[in-house]
Design a protein around this ligand. Structure first.
Ligand SMILES: *[C@@H]1O[C@H](CO)[C@@H](O)[C@H](O)[C@H]1NC(C)=O
Ligand SMILES: *[C@@H]1O[C@H](CO)[C@@H](O)[C@H](O)[C@H]1NC(C)=O
Ligand SMILES: *[C@@H]1O[C@H](CO)[C@@H](O)[C@H](O)[C@H]1NC(C)=O
Ligand SMILES: *[C@@H]1O[C@H](CO)[C@@H](O)[C@H](O)[C@H]1NC(C)=O
Ligand SMILES: *[C@@H]1O[C@H](CO)[C@@H](O)[C@H](O)[C@H]1NC(C)=O
Length: 416
């Protein structure tokens, strides 16, 4: 979903006003801390520390600490030399938090040692996110702390609108960010998506643990759209929706060493939902384990979509365990009763060395568009066995509007 700058700024201002009127005391902390910082400057190379508790944040799990965090960020951002924003041990409750750049500090690190708890009142989230890191370059967010979206209080509202997707706030979004890393943290019970990379480049998500119940709605682990050079690696994701969804407008996305499940698997798409979407080029998913999910390696596009390309896609060295649709291209996503073909052209796709078990009989299902058939689809060394309960039908592959090239082992047997 695209949010206008205007709305975001307004939200930040409103929140700011609300909190500033709550206590001038909080506001004065910031000033004091900045003045009380000469110590760090005497140690060459050491980062100046901006601890949110020195700006009014309280580790008591109750006090609203968003403005304190924003003030600490602003001080860190505007400083010069290396700076570190610290969220220390304890539980900090916060509504919408915008960490905005550009910043003069370099490098700028955010260290999450404790736990951030999202407010549970949904009316406090007017911008579609909880924490936004935006217009920054070279920011690293790390630490063994937890970002807890407290989504359990709001999942019942997930499909209250016309559309089930994108209604509840994403826990942490990078937008218009460059060369940023997020690592080592736990992201728990997002209200909506857990993390999102939007209109950004050179972003790395590493060594994260992303967890929500398997039946929580639309709680994608990582969603990436309109971005370049994004990596997700060494990460464990189990949620109620896609572990990773790679949306429109992405170039050069690499997913490695991800353990996924429960959830809906690792998906490219859904593509072609809205006008103005742009192509997906170059996605590699390698050395991953997908366990107990409804889909494994998936490409999905909407029926009746605008014209779009999805090309240069590799799913390689993947272990499936009890996955419902281990290998699936679905170009009729969301078609319901209305029909109509997808105009998303899928080409240059390789499914290579995919092993394990399937709980559905049709373990390989390539259902391409009749108006723009899939091209250059390769299946090499596919070795799946049936582990489900269904007794009807045979263990098989389905191919529609695609003529894949097969090589090596094929279990289930290649489609005729
Ligand atoms: C990217 O950011 C890191 C700090 O996180 C910095 O060390 C590195 O030089 C930056 N790379 C580029 C190409 O700007
Ligand atoms: C991964 O993150 C955990 C903290 O959540 C940390 O203890 C561990 O050292 C990290 N692993 C690597 C390889 O950095
Ligand atoms: C793709 O992204 C990776 C980082 O994830 C980067 O190292 C590589 O240079 C990029 N490739 C191209 C062709 O830009
Ligand atoms: C594959 O992933 C596993 C753990 O997930 C790791 O130990 C191994 O080194 C990875 N192999 C390659 C070739 O990256
Ligand atoms: C899949 O998950 C089950 C249950 O959590 C676990 O016992 C099993 O080892 C996992 N399999 C793989 C391949 O990771």
């Amino acid at each position: 979903m695209a949010l206008t700058k205007g709305i975001k700024i307004k939200a930040a201002l409103l929140l700011g006003l609300a909190l500033v009127t709550l206590g001038a005391e909080g506001a004065s902390f910031g000033t004091r801390r900045v003045l009380a910082e000469p110590g760090a400057a005497t140690t060459p190379g050491a980062a100046t520390v901006f601890d949110i508790t020195n700006y009014g944040a309280k580790p008591d799990s109750r006090t609203e600490s968003a403005m304190a965090m924003i003030r600490a960020w602003n001080a860190a951002c505007k400083s010069s030399g290396p700076a570190k924003l610290v969220i220390p041990n304890g539980e900090f409750r916060a509504g919408e938090v915008v960490f905005q750049g550009p910043c003069t500090a370099k490098p700028l690190t955010v260290e999450v040692q404790g736990t951030l708890l999202a407010q549970t009142d949904l009316s406090l989230f007017t911008s579609g996110f909880w924490i936004s890191i935006e217009h920054v370059e070279g920011v690293e967010i790390l630490g063994s702390g937890t970002i807890n979206g407290q989504g359990e209080a709001s999942w019942k509202f997930a499909c209250a609108g016309m559309d089930c997707s994108g209604v509840l706030p994403v826990s942490l979004v990078f937008q218009q960010a460059k060369n940023c890393t997020m690592r080592d943290m736990t992201v728990l019970n997002g209200k909506g998506f857990h993390t999102k990379v939007l209109e950004s480049s050179d972003i790395k998500l590493e060594n994260l643990t992303i967890v929500a119940p398997g039946d929580s709605p639309n709680t994608d682990g990582v969603h990436i759209s309109r971005s370049q050079n994004v990596r997700v690696t060494n990460t464990v994701i189990g949620t109620g929706d896609d572990c990773i969804s790679i949306g429109e407008g992405n170039t050069n996305v690499t997913i490695t060493q991800v353990t996924c499940g429960p959830g809906h698997g690792i998906s490219i798409g859904s593509l072609g939902k809205r006008p103005g979407e742009t192509d997906v080029k170059g996605v590699t998913v390698r050395n991953c384990t997908i366990n107990g999910t409804t889909n494994g390696a998936r490409i999905k596009s909407y029926h009746k979509s605008p014209k779009l390309l999805a090309t240069g896609i590799i799913f390689e060295d993947i272990i499936m365990e009890n996955v419902k649709n281990p290998i699936i291209i679905d170009q009729n996503y969301g078609s319901g009763k209305t029909g109509g073909q997808s105009n998303v052209k899928i080409s240059d796709v390789h499914f290579t060395n995919i092993r394990g078990t399937s709980v559905s009989k049709v373990a390989v299902s390539l259902s391409c568009s009749s108006s723009v058939p899939c091209e250059d689809v390769e299946l090499a060394d596919i070795d799946l066995t049936f582990s489900g309960l269904e007794s009807k039908g045979s263990f098989s592959s389905l191919c529609a509007n695609v003529k894949p090239v097969f090589s090596g082992v094929q279990n289930p047997a290649a489609c005729p």
